[in-house]
Design a protein around this ligand. Structure first.
Ligand code: ATP
Length: 435
């Protein structure tokens, strides 16, 4: 398991402005989290990386962005209204409610009394609301989407008709999903509002094994890009009995989180279940006509489904490191440069020397124009600034000192080794690597 504890991550996230409990000022709202400045920078870097790796660098995946609110028929056709449920139990003594498959039913985790649960009830996880100024009846009922995938399936025909892609091809979408989880827990791991990165990869069923293997490999590469070492990841082949009835193969990628080994992301071969459901309910054909004139068919689908929150939790727990520098304990986040919220921090050695401040501002502006994610810090002594930068994972600290005024060089300090070297300002940009 990761050596860092969940408490250490939650505390760092709050203390340094990555992630705050949602609506904290009014006592919170269970299962919701707010991203602070550093958290949203990390999250954006992660989503951009996903976009670059799975969309920009490939020529077979199209992006899209569907509405969160969709016609209720979407969720009837997909089976969510009927079956997107978790088993709910309520303690007859203290009335606390739990997800039956996540606790020992012999003893209530809240009041400790024995044998207080009745038979589990199915609890639907979709949030409901009403659309328009009409009365709140069944005709105005809409759901907040519990996954981004259905926004892709319902646009399958639109993409085929406008882009004429050759199979295999994929459609990817990043966006919010909402689930009224019975027991949100473990920081952002199980939230009620979270973000997904999903791709539906449409294939000819005869090629499913080859394509599934390709996706297994792509996901392994993706985990490496996130800085997650392979010994922290377990590929869990889901048995037929535990798979969704329509899935012919599902592999969950589990990560050794501080809370234990849990699902990080999933890869599922969903056959033609979703497109066939849409055909059945919409009465519109989802048949794909291959360009080579071969037999038309309803495509099957392979779905790599990633959750942003779980990825962030895995990234933070992998990156969290401690060591001793000059006999002082240090916490540092060993984030890949392309994920770090700030790439560089620029500091004048002292604050009360105008020439140093001016020169440091010139360097700051130069780097900010190039990299964007550059931070300014002139608070406290330089040692403290380095510690603060290490704790939020800034890969490079640049200090403008008295020598800078003489020879136009600065020191550049490496977060992981803490080593410093002198570099000419004219060389600085080429010395700072994003990758
Ligand atoms: P679990 O079994 O843990 O409830 P799931 O199998 O229902 O998860 P999927 O429906 O496969 O999850 O969702 C795809 C991905 O979305 C998951 O791999 C996970 O990364 C993310 N995810 C799902 N539910 C949540 C949640 N409540 N909070 C944060 N991320 C989630």
């Amino acid at each position: 398991m990761a050596e860092v504890t969940l408490d250490e991550i939650v505390s760092l996230a709050k203390r340094r402005g990555f992630i705050f409990p949602g609506s904290d000022i009014y006592g919170g709202l269970s299962g919701t989290w707010d991203y602070g400045p550093l958290g949203i920078m990390l999250k954006r870097n992660l989503i951009n990386l996903w976009w670059k790796f799975f969309i920009d660098q490939r020529d077979d995946i199209y992006p899209m962005d569907a509405a969160i609110l969709m016609n209720s028929k979407v969720w009837q056709a997909s089976g969510h209204v009927e079956t997107f449920t978790d088993p709910l139990v309520e303690c007859q003594i203290c009335h606390a409610r739990f997800r039956a498959d996540k606790i020992d039913l012999g003893k209530c985790p809240s009041c400790g009394q024995k044998d207080t649960f009745r038979e589990p009830q199915n609890f639907n996880l979709m949030f409901k609301t009403n659309i328009g100024p009409t009365s709140e009846d069944a005709s105005s009922l809409v759901y907040l989407r519990p996954e981004t995938a259905q926004g892709i399936f319902t646009n399958f025909k639109n993409v085929v008709d406008t882009f004429y892609p050759s199979i295999p091809f994929g459609i990817g979408q990043s966006g919010k999903a909402f689930r009224n989880e019975i027991s949100p827990r473990d920081f952002i791991f199980r939230s009620r509002e979270f973000e997904q990165l999903e791709i539906e990869y449409f294939i000819n069923p005869k090629d499913w094994q080859k394509n599934f293997d390709m996706w297994l490999q792509l996901i392994r590469e993706w985990c490496q890009l996130l800085g997650l070492s392979s010994d922290m990841i377990v590929e869990h082949e889901i048995d037929q009995a535990d798979r969704a009835h329509y899935s012919k193969r599902t592999v969950d990628f589990e990560f050794k989180f501080p809370i234990g080994q849990e699902e990080l992301l999933g890869l599922a071969y969903r056959t033609d279940f979703d497109l066939k459901n849409i055909e059945r309910v919409s009465k519109k054909s989802m048949i794909y006509h291959p360009k080579d004139g071969s037999e038309p068919f309803v495509p099957h689908v392979i779905e790599p489904s990633f959750g942003v929150e779980r990825a962030i939790m895995a990234i933070l727990s992998s990156a969290y490191q401690t060591d001793k520098v000059n006999d002082e304990n240090r916490i540092f986040l060993k984030l890949p440069n392309y994920l770090a919220p700030y790439l560089v921090v620029v500091s004048p050695l002292v604050k009360n020397k105008v020439e140093l401040l001016d020169k440091a501002q010139v360097v700051f502006r130069l780097l900010k124009a190039e990299f964007g994610a550059v931070m300014w810090d002139d608070n406290g002594n330089i040692g403290k600034r380095y510690r603060r930068a290490d704790e939020i994972g800034v890969p490079y600290c640049i200090t403008i000192d008295f020598d800078t005024l003489d020879n136009d060089t600065v020191t550049i300090r490496d977060r992981d080794t803490t080593e410093q070297r002198r570099v000419a300002i004219s060389e600085l940009i080429s010395q700072i690597a994003i990758i």
